[in-house]
Design a protein around this ligand. Structure first.
Ligand code: S3P
Length: 450
């Protein structure tokens, strides 16, 4: 639910020699989709390795409100008894998606072609994020939205009673928008077509196929053309959620900048639409290896090993890689500060509309800790100070953004003086075991006043 309690100030101290095995939690994107598609299937979907972070728990609560039976069996094992495509009941209360843009946007899509009326809200971060990018295409199906000016939550969606299928070219590189349109297309008769110029994470397409929907993806001159036939009967699935590469990024990047480190992060999902950070780190000269590559539940997976890498260099990150590492730029900027030379990141305007304005949040905190950063509307650059060169010593604002909070905690581990954040509470949205996991590797990340 939104308003995740009181702020938790935290501080991260310089350490040496992170080592051990970091078992990061399940993938956030796949966890949301498992619950939503499970709720739209007929029968019982079983899920293991579900991320039990606040964002995903809010989606589980929402699926219950729409009539699905969602059961937590303990230890990451969950089941969802779905109501079938078109079977959502009208929730009795407002749906609170907390901090989660993925949760609210995908759920809006999933309900928009059913004759129900639903009001959505979230925390202060989510309520400031743009929703027109989703409500505009949903209007083409016949859904109406009523809400605050500027397309922000709280907002009510009146689902279409007689939906029509749509053909929609996604104007921004966003898997959330693409997925909202596809989920809406499930309950529209005929074929819904979504075109994306830049490939974004493709979990929705893969999982829809797994659940038995008729879906095809064609690479054309205009981009990826995804065609979905509406009104399928989705078959329940047994889903094994791979570990989240976006969460793995934190212990991996910490190992690269902390002297003497050697960390193994097993079972990480390496879907090519998600793995751009690891390519970028290798381009910078990071000592990363991928062991035991395999396929699990339709997703490529490997064990990642990261060792201290004092000789990393700044690079120009290829802009065409942005979508495959969009959530990883904050922690990449911390690695860049520990590399030699400038790291230039272009084509990343989407970072300004995440849980926070991530360019602004990172630039401000990096500068306060002695790092030179330059930024424009859709680019930013970090002047590397070399291994161990970040002075540190300052407190950064996390702006209700889990990835900003964790990035600065990683920075403190490899800096010359401790780095603090005003609020680490948002970390629980995606990585509830961040503190014990990092402590197990030898990190010193403490709650202030605890
Ligand atoms: C996500 C898509 C991305 C990403 C988010 C998860 C998803 O957002 O930043 O953390 O699961 O579809 P956008 O679609 O806004 O790029």
């Amino acid at each position: 639910m939104s308003g995740h309690g009181s702020p938790i100030p935290m501080v991260s101290h310089p350490v040496r020699g992170l080592s051990g095995v970091a078992e990061v939690p399940g993938d956030k994107s796949i966890s949301h989709r498992s619950l939503i598609l499970g709720a739209l299937a007929v029968g019982e979907t079983r899920i293991t390795g579900l991320l039990e972070g606040e964002d995903v728990l809010d989606t589980a609560g929402a699926m219950r409100a729409f009539g699905a039976e969602v059961v937590d069996h303990g230890g990451g094992a969950w089941s969802v008894h779905g109501v079938g495509v078109g079977g959502f009941a009208e929730p009795e209360a407002v749906i609170d998606c907390g901090n989660s843009g993925t949760g609210v946007r995908l759920i809006m899509g999933a309900m928009a072609t059913s004759p129900i009326t639903v009001t959505f809200t979230g925390d202060a971060s989510l309520n400031s994020r743009p929703m027109a990018r989703v409500t505009d295409p949903l209007a083409l199906f016949g859904a109406r939205s009523v809400g605050r000016r500027g397309g922000r939550l709280p907002m009510t969606i009146v689902g279409a009673a007689d939906p029509v299928p749509v053909r929609y070219e996604v104007p921004v590189p966003s898997a959330q928008v693409k997925s909202a349109v596809l989920l809406a297309g499930l309950n529209a008769p005929g074929r819904t077509v979504v075109i994306e110029r830049e490939a974004t994470r493709d979990h929705t397409e893969r999982m829809l196929a797994g659940f038995g929907a008729e879906i095809s993806v064609e690479e054309t001159a205009e981009g990826r053309v995804i065609t979905l036939t509406g009104r399928p009967e989705l078959r329940p699935q047994a889903i094994v959620v791979p570990r989240d590469p976006s969460s793995a990024a934190f212990p991996v990047c910490a190992a690269l900048i902390v002297p003497g480190s050697d960390v193994l992060v097993p079972g990480i999902g390496l879907n090519p639409t998600r793995a751009g950070l690891f390519d970028t780190l290798c381009d910078m000269g990071a000592d990363l290896s991928f062991e035991n590559r395999r396929d699990e539940g339709g997703e490529p997976v490997a064990d990642l090993r990261a060792r201290y890498s004092p000789d990393m260099r700044g690079i120009e990150v290829p802009p065409e890689r942005a979508a495959s590492m969009i959530d990883e730029y904050p922690v990449l900027s911390v690695v860049a500060a520990n590399a030699r030379g400038v790291t230039m990141m272009r084509g990343v305007g989407e970072l300004r509309v995440k849980e926070s304005d991530r360019i602004d949040a990172m630039a401000t905190g990096l500068r306060a800790n002695g790092v030179t950063v330059d930024a424009g509307e859709d680019w930013w650059s970090v002047e590397g100070l070399g291994a161990g060169g970040v002075p540190g010593g300052a407190t950064c604002a996390s702006h209700l953004d889990h990835r900003i909070a964790m990035s600065f905690m990683v920075m403190g581990l490899g800096a010359q003086a401790p780095v603090a954040i005003d609020d680490g509470a948002p970390i629980a949205t995606s990585f509830p075991v961040f503190e014990p996991l990092m402590a197990g590797l030898g990190a010193r990340i403490e709650r202030r006043g605890a």
